[in-house]
Write a protein that binds this ligand. Structure first.
Ligand code: KG4
Ligand code: ZN
Length: 339
């Protein structure tokens, strides 16, 4: 079964072809980062308009790359939520209409399920984890720890009670004048930073449980920036380093606790912040087995949507003719899927 996957939940237009027999055939991505950079964050209306401009040529380019045509498709999967509603509507409307025109099934995919399943994509280098496994989802909008019982069956074990880790990275980057997107920028300058100069708090690690909080770190960063203004390049690097250490340390403590509490030996990390090198290294040193997708499958992409869609289509799931999208959509609301 050949499935076209379409991702347009935020600021990347991502498309991919996944074949259930041959794995991932091709993917193409168009990043809107330069478009939003001057505003310091994603402007929803601009994002929707740019998805409209890019979606048709991108799918054409993808099919050419894989030497396939729309006639070869057996199904279309698109991100149905959560995300920016206007942006979601572009991919969903295009995907649903294309499937209707080709008389093939369509499936709306949960963006976070797709992130969580990305390490299972064939050809993703690492040996896939055995079910059930623990998962840390760390993106711009979510920081959550799950027990993954199976496809569609996610038990929430803990989450950030305020900002997501990625959001905290983005805000810290803004305070340090590093621009958008913040995570990679903070991580890059932190490489030159002195880890001993500042010590930032590790929020909620002294309390039992797996919930987290990152908004206090934001305030701590702001106060540190104000105390040392005007900042030199060294100040920026040292603050970035201390901030990154605090976020990574907090996540490592909570993940270690997850493994201890659940007895699950395998932890999958997914979402944009899973691309953070220091987080990966620290988790690998602290836990028996850490599994993460290659960096290109950590941040938003069409491949993970095609893959999650292929599993659901394979289990007989289909959308009706309406185009249904949801800006908010808790992962625990999904039903278990028996492949
Ligand atoms: O999963 P994703 O691409 O989009 C969402 O669904 O949110 O995650 C984007 C988030 C952003 O907050 C970005 O700053 C963060 O992931 N991010 C990173 C790194 N790469 C991306 N954070 C820390 N270190 C990185 N290397
Ligand atoms: Zn995402």
């Amino acid at each position: 079964m050949l499935v076209l996957g379409i991702e347009t939940s935020c600021d990347e237009t991502g498309v991919a072809l996944y074949d259930t027999a041959d794995g991932l055939l091709a993917q193409s991505i168009y990043s809107q980062v330069p478009l939003h950079a001057r505003y310091g964050g994603v402007v929803p209306e601009l994002a929707s308009r740019d998805h409209i401009r890019k979606i048709v040529p991108l799918v054409g380019e993808l099919l050419d790359k894989a030497s396939r045509s729309t006639a070869d498709l057996d199904g279309v999967a698109y991100t149905a939520g959560p995300g920016l509603i206007g942006a979601l509507m572009v991919g969903a409307t295009f995907g649903r209409a294309l499937a209707y025109g080709l008389d093939i099934p369509a499936i709306g995919v949960h963006h976070l399920e797709a992130h969580l399943l990305a390490p299972l994509i064939e050809g993703a280098e690492t040996l896939p984890p055995a079910l059930p496994f623990a998962a840390l989802l760390v993106s711009g909008g979510h920081t959550q720890i799950f027990r993954v019982h199976g496809i569609g069956s996610y038990e929430l074990l803990g989450e950030s009670l305020d900002d997501a880790a990625g959001e905290a990275f983005d805000k810290a980057a803004k305070m340090l004048g590093l621009g958008y997107p913040g995570g990679p920028a903070v991580a890059a300058v932190a490489e030159q930073g002195d880890p001993a100069r500042f010590r930032f708090p590790r929020p909620m690690t002294d309390r039992p449980g797996l919930d987290m909080s990152f908004s206090g770190l934001k305030t701590f960063t702001l106060n540190t920036v104000r105390q040392h203004a005007p900042l030199t390049d060294k100040d920026i690097a040292d603050i970035a380093r201390a901030f990154e250490e605090a976020v990574v340390d907090t996540l490592v403590i909570k993940c270690r606790r997850t493994v201890e509490h659940t007895g699950l030996g395998e932890l999958v990390i997914a979402g944009g912040v899973a691309a953070n090198r220091r987080l990966r290294e620290r988790l690998e040193a602290a836990l028996p087995r850490v599994i993460y997708p290659p960096p290109a499958l950590c941040t938003d992409n069409g491949a993970m949507i095609a893959y999650a869609g292929a599993i659901r289509l394979g289990a007989g799931r289909r959308e009706g003719l309406e185009v249904a999208t949801r800006a908010r959509w808790p992962l625990v609301e999904l039903d278990p899927v028996v492949p």
